[in-house]
Design a protein around this ligand. Structure first.
Ligand code: GDP
Ligand code: IMO
Ligand code: MG
Length: 434
């Protein structure tokens, strides 16, 4: 059975750790959207890896990793990652493939990202400035350059000339030379060529051969271009629909959907976040959870678990199970809060609003749960959790409407609790191992 693993909040839920952990059960791990705005952290025996474009299954020898057409690929960033892995003894040759339909991020996209943010002023998105938005803009506007286009030098030259000249019309303080961009793209394109495949076809062949595929999401549901807190979102479908469009697979290829969710909430960049804490508790969550962006190093905004947003993510993605991460960050708190509804003017609402302005005006309504003193850090069996931690998880399940099949109690691969009974009830016949 194939499993989709995606973010149920505003990104950085711990997808990298979970994907790496589950990979031995799969033959292929495939990324379906986003680009090197993602930063998926994996710790193996104390060594830290941050994966951006390459699927988080790559650390397991023999596993095939695919980058789908829905991903925007900065080839320089891709090879920086390949080289970094090689320095750590991980060879991707013959098992990392990229779709010929994936669009390229080229140097002018980054300039346009910065320009767009500067122009927005106070209303800036707080992007990762990796050129993600402008690359997807070019794709939708049908002037983007796809990886497959590298095979057609004449067409490539024309597209680079057009796009660089469009950039020069918009950015006034510097001028970019199209010849330099073309030379760099051609050079790096030559290195990319052996990896280029029809990823949809590869997946169809894999399904026919009975292979199991893990679909890895980047960002999170609340950053989804359609379903997130627009316009404070990224420019791709981070939610489940992105699997089909971003890889060229049918919906029945998705056997189960796992939402990764932190035991509290974080967000990096601008945009509404009803349960954000501006007080000492927010700082405590940031410090204890080491909540600083894996890509940009920016401090993440922290707050309590938001069950309104979670129920919404469950609906948008049809979540079967949750992986609840960073439980250990709550260790030692007397009192923990869960946001169960919003107060919006004189109304109490339990459904996540479509409009970001409405969401920004919402106040969280909390219920309190007693904390625990004994640490959950490193606990690997559900039975070994403190009773109040078990109560917290049960309450999360009740208010979110999705059972917790996996609990993460530390950044290490094996600091994880797998609940076989929950898994068997929700995804019968599907076995995971830790
Ligand atoms: P991703 O983008 O969803 O893959 O998440 P990030 O890697 O950006 O951020 C998650 C951070 O939390 C990383 O630094 C992980 O090493 C760390 N992490 C993941 N799970 C746990 C956990 O259960 N406990 C703690 N303390 N840290 C965790
Ligand atoms: P992973 O995969 C958290 C946020 C940015 C900004 C918004 C738009 O590690 O969970 P973009 O550069 O994509 O145009 O920025 O989206 N953002 C993320 N936040 N985790 C991510 O990825 C993110 N990728 C983008 O901070 O608010
Ligand atoms: Mg991240």
């Amino acid at each position: 059975m194939n499993l989709a693993v995606l973010g149920a909040q505003w990104g950085d839920e711990g997808k990298g750790k979970i994907v790496d952990l589950l990979t031995p059960r799969f033959d292929i791990v495939a990324r379906y959207q986003g680009g090197h705005n993602a930063g998926h952290t994996v710790y193996v025996n104390g060594t830290k890896f941050v994966l951006r474009l390459i699927p988080s299954g790559i650390l397991h020898p023999g596993v095939v990793c695919l980058i789908g057409n829905g991903v925007v690929v900065d080839p320089t960033a891709l090879f920086a990652e390949v080289d970094e892995l090689a320095r750590n003894g991980i060879n991707v040759e013959g098992r990392l493939f990229v779709s010929d339909k994936a669009h390229l991020i080229l140097p002018y996209h980054r300039d346009l990202d910065l320009l767009s943010e500067a122009r927005r002023g106070e209303r800036k998105i707080g992007t990762t400035s990796r050129g993600i938005g402008p690359a997807y803009e070019d794709k939708i506007a049908r002037r983007g350059i796809r990886i497959g286009d590298l095979a057609d030098p004449k067409g490539l030259e024309q597209s680079v000339r057009d796009n660089v000249s469009a950039r020069n019309r918009l950015v006034h303080d510097t001028t970019m030379e199209w010849e330099a961009v073309l030379a760099q793209t051609t050079e790096i394109g030559a290195r990319l060529t052996p990896m280029v495949r029809d990823v949809s076809l590869m997946l169809a062949d894999a399904f026919a051969a009975g292979k199991a595929v893990l679909f890895e999401g980047a960002q999170g549901t609340l950053l989804d271009i359609d379903h997130g807190t627009y316009p404070y979102v990224t420019s791709s479908n981070a939610s489940i629909g992105g699997v089909c469009t971003g890889l060229g697979v049918g919906p029945r290829a998705i056997g189960g959907v796992m939402g990764v969710v932190k035991a509290y909430a974080t967000r990096v960049g601008e945009g509404p976040m009803p349960s954000e804490l501006h007080d000492a508790m927010g700082k405590r969550l940031r410090d204890t959870g080491n909540e600083y962006g894996a890509v940009t190093g920016r401090p993440r905004r922290c707050g309590w678990y938001d069950a309104v947003a979670m129920r919404y993510a469950a609906r948008i993605n049809g979540l079967d199970i949750l992986a609840l991460t960073k439980m250990d960050v709550l260790d030692g708190l007397d009192d923990i809060k869960i946001c169960t509804s919003y107060r919006c003017g004189d109304r109490t609402i339990t459904d996540f609003p479509s409009d970001s302005g409405v969401l920004a005006a919402c106040e969280p309504v909390y219920e309190s749960i007693a904390g625990w003193t004994e640490p959950t850090k490193g606990v690997r069996r559900f039975a070994d959790l403190p009773e109040n931690a078990k109560r917290y998880i049960k309450r999360i399940e009740e208010v979110s409407g999705v059972p917790v099949a996996l609990v993460s109690t530390g950044s290490d691969r094996y600091d994880t609790i797998l609940r076989d009974d929950v898994l068997a009830a929700r995804l019968p016949g599907f076995k995971l191992e830790v």
